[in-house]
Unconditional design. Structure first.
Length: 270
C-alpha cells in the first residue's frame, strides 16, 4: 500500500520563477490497485510520480510504502521496492548491453551480488521464456544490444524488467507518449497483462483520457498541484472520455474566472 500525506513541493522557492508543484496532496492506494493520473501540463502529475520515486525530496509531508516511511529515502534505496518505466524508451536500460544482460541485472534487483557467472544457463533459459511471452520474436535475439531495438521493443522489455522481481509499486511515467499509435496500443496491452497477472500496485501517469477510462480501477485528475477529482469503484466503471473532457473544461473556466476576479481586485486598488 502507498500512502501520501500532506505532500508539498516548491521549485525555485523565493524567486520570480517559484512554482508550487504539489499542494497538500493526500492519497492512499491499496495493494493491487491500478491508478491512472491525468492532468494538463504543469498540473503536478509527473511531479507526484517523481516525488514517490525519490527523484527529489518533498518539502513537507510523508510517503509510506507498505507501512515503511520512505520520505527521506534516496532514489536508489527506493528502487529496491519500486519498478519504473519512463516516458523516453531509451531511459531505464543500458543501451550497449545485450537484452539478456539488461534482464539479468533487473533479475538481481534488491539482491546481494557476488562474484560468479552473470548469465548461467538456468537464468538464460528462464529469461528466454519470459521474453517469448512478449510475442515480439525477441527471444532469439537475446545477444542483441538493447540500444539497437525500436522504441516499442525497448518499452516492452523495460516493462518486463520492472516486474521480473515483483515490485511493491510500479510507476509508469507516460510510457507510451513517445510511441506511434499502433506500438502504443501493443505496449498498453502488455502493460495490462503484466499488471493483472502480477496483481501489481500501479501508478500510471498519462495524457490519454482513453487509456485512463479503459485501464485500471481508479482515475485521479490533478490540477495546479492538487488532486481535484478521484473516481473509483462503480463511478470509475461508468466514466467516459466525454466526462473527463467536460471536467477539464470546467477547471479551465474556473481558472479564467479566478484570474479575472484577481485582476479586478488588483485594479480596484490602483
Amino acid at each position: 500500500m502507498l500512502e501520501l500525506k500532506s505532500l508539498c513541493k516548491i521549485f525555485n522557492a523565493g524567486t520570480i520563477n517559484e512554482v508550487m508543484s504539489l499542494k497538500n496532496v493526500n492519497l492512499r492506494i491499496e495493494d493491487g490497485s491500478f491508478v491512472c493520473v491525468l492532468g494538463t501540463n504543469g498540473s503536478g502529475k509527473s511531479t507526484l510520480l517523481n516525488a514517490v520515486a525519490g527523484t527529489f525530496l518533498v518539502d513537507s509531508g510523508y510517503i509510506t510504502l507498505n507501512g515503511k516511511d520512505i520520505t527521506q529515502w534516496p532514489e536508489y534505496k527506493r528502487a529496491f521496492h519500486i519498478g519504473r518505466v519512463f516516458q523516453n524508451p531509451f531511459s531505464g536500460t543500458a543501451p550497449a548491453m545485450s537484452i539478456a544482460e539488461n534482464l539479468a541485472l533487473a533479475a538481481r534487483r534488491g539482491k546481494k551480488r557476488g562474484l560468479g557467472w552473470g548469465l548461467p544457463d538456468t537464468l538464460l533459459n528462464s529469461l528466454r521464456d519470459r521474453v517469448k511471452s512478449l510475442n515480439m520474436g525477441l527471444e532469439d535475439r537475446l545477444d542483441t544490444p538493447i540500444g539497437k531495438l525500436s522504441g516499442g521493443q525497448r518499452q516492452a522489455l523495460t516493462l518486463l524488467m520492472s516486474s521480473l522481481v515483483r515490485p511493491d509499486l510500479l510507476l509508469l511515467d507516460e510510457h507510451t507518449a513517445a510511441l506511434d499509435p499502433k506500438t502504443a496500443s501493443k505496449v498498453i496491452e502488455l502493460t495490462e497483462k503484466i499488471v493483472n497477472e502480477g496483481k501489481l500496485t500501479t501508478l500510471m501517469v498519462t495524457h490519454s483520457m482513453q487509456q485512463a477510462v479503459n485501464l485500471g480501477d481508479r482515475v485521479i485528475m490533478m490540477h495546479q498541484g492538487s488532486i481535484r477529482y478521484d473516481f473509483q469503484g462503480e463511478e470509475k466503471k461508468r466514466l467516459k472520455v466525454n466526462d473527463l473532457l467536460s471536467l477539464f473544461d470546467e477547471l479551465r473556466r474556473k481558472d479564467q474566472i479566478d484570474t479575472t476576479v484577481a485582476d479586478l481586485l488588483i485594479n480596484s486598488y490602483v
